[in-house]
Design a protein around this ligand. Structure first.
Ligand code: CP3
Length: 342
């Protein structure tokens, strides 16, 4: 494996001095890139995920076209339910669909934790291939969904504005919810360890829906599982936790073993810094601001870095890039960070 030529991202996670913050964009592989849409027209979603050559090509597209300081492996958080034995369909224009939702003890008993990580070996093959193709240009990020967010999809069966069915399950069947969350956590830990062994330089945990929880419910249904994952991985690589919308939990998150915490655009930099001493922060540009123009983006990026500071900071969006962002605007975001201060 070749030495990293650009290790700004890992330096920021280790708290080392840097000349400027590193930058990448959540969901940078896909959606808004014409080169991705060409592959999307030819192969269905899970074929793209399961074919290492395709996943590798898609992972590298933003590196070649936009130039961020880290790559993130092209896959999806919903490969974990699949590996546990649950059917997941990706419906064009409508998002994920899990027709066999989880609601009973029998449903949970059927989930196959054993061998789950092995069934996701195609992700590890894609990671090894990407490391080879990247040839040390930038580090590669592995990822998984957080157990609470995965529970949301497994119980609700699809995306939702409120995930009320998933929350109802947690609140009415807390013991079943704990079993389900634990099964997901155990499989996820094995899966992430395999990603690191295959070459991932860092892992990020996406808790996209934790912000739907009240603070006490976050303590019950999200935090303990995030902690388990971070504790299990941290001796192998840096860990970034991204519990979107859970601004109220920043202090508790800063007491976990993780290296970095992702924050969304509703959190003021000064507040986030006060709550998280000693941690690297990642975020938090409003993805909708990429729908303005390069000049505005540059100005706003400078303000964002001024607010967070250069040290222990990774410039990113506050959530995934939107499909309708012009490529030039995404490039302006990355360039603005690379040229900071300007
Ligand atoms: O970041 C990257 O570029 C790597 C790839 C990646 C995908 N999904 C590819 C994808 C990552 C990191 C994810 C994570 C993911 N998947 C999350 C967490 C991050 C977030 O946005 O909150 C969630 C909640 C999912 C579940 C999921 N997958 C949904 C809700 C959808 C449909 C809506 C959408 O985001 O487009 C997907 C499909 C999906 N996953 C697409 C891509 C590129 C779009 C489908 C396609 O292009 O065919």
């Amino acid at each position: 494996m070749s030495e990293l030529k650009n290790d700004l991202f890992l330096k920021a996670l280790r708290g080392e001095q840097v000349q400027r913050p590193p930058v990448w964009m959540m969901r940078q592989a896909g959606r808004y890139l014409p080169e991705y849409l060409k592959l999307k027209a030819k192969y269905d979603f899970f074929t793209r995920c399961e074919t290492p050559e395709l996943a590798c090509e898609i992972t590298l597209q933003p590196i070649d076209i936009i130039g961020p300081d880290a790559a993130i492996i092209f896959s999806d958080i919903l490969v974990i339910p699949q590996a546990l034995g649950v059917k997941v369909l990706m419906e064009e224009g409508r998002g994920p669909l899990l027709p066999d939702t989880i609601s009973t003890q029998a449903d949970i008993d059927k989930l196959q934790v054993e061998g789950a990580a092995e069934r996701l070996d195609y992700v590890c093959k894609a990671i090894s291939l990407c490391k080879q193709e990247l040839n040390g240009r930038v580090p590669l990020i592995g990822f998984a969904g957080a157990p609470f967010t995965i529970l949301c999809y497994m119980v609700e069966g699809k995306g939702s504005k409120t995930f009320d069915k998933a929350k109802q399950f947690c609140f009415t069947e807390p013991a079943l919810a704990a079993q389900l969350l634990q099964k997901i956590t155990t499989a996820t830990i094995e899966y992430l360890k395999a990603q690191v062994k295959a070459g991932a330089d860092c892992v990020q945990i996406f808790d996209s829906w934790s912000g739907m929880l009240a603070p006490a419910d976050f303590d019950a249904y999200s935090l303990p599982y995030l902690k388990q994952i971070s504790d299990a991985l941290i001796s192998m690589c840096p860990v970034i936790l991204f519990p979107k919308g859970s601004w109220y939990a920043l202090q508790q998150l800063s007491e976990t073993s993780c290296s970095g915490i992702g924050i969304d655009w509703t959190v003021p930099a000064i507040y986030a810094r006060e709550q998280t001493p000693g941690k690297t922060l990642q975020g938090n540009f409003d993805p909708a601001k990429l729908l303005t123009d390069p000049q505005t983006i540059t100005k706003e990026v400078n303000k964002m870095i001024d607010a967070f500071g250069v040290h222990r900071y990774i410039a990113n969006l506050g959530h995934g890039i939107l499909p309708n962002v012009p490529v030039d605007n995404a490039k302006a975001f990355v360039d603005a960070v690379k040229n900071y201060p300007n």
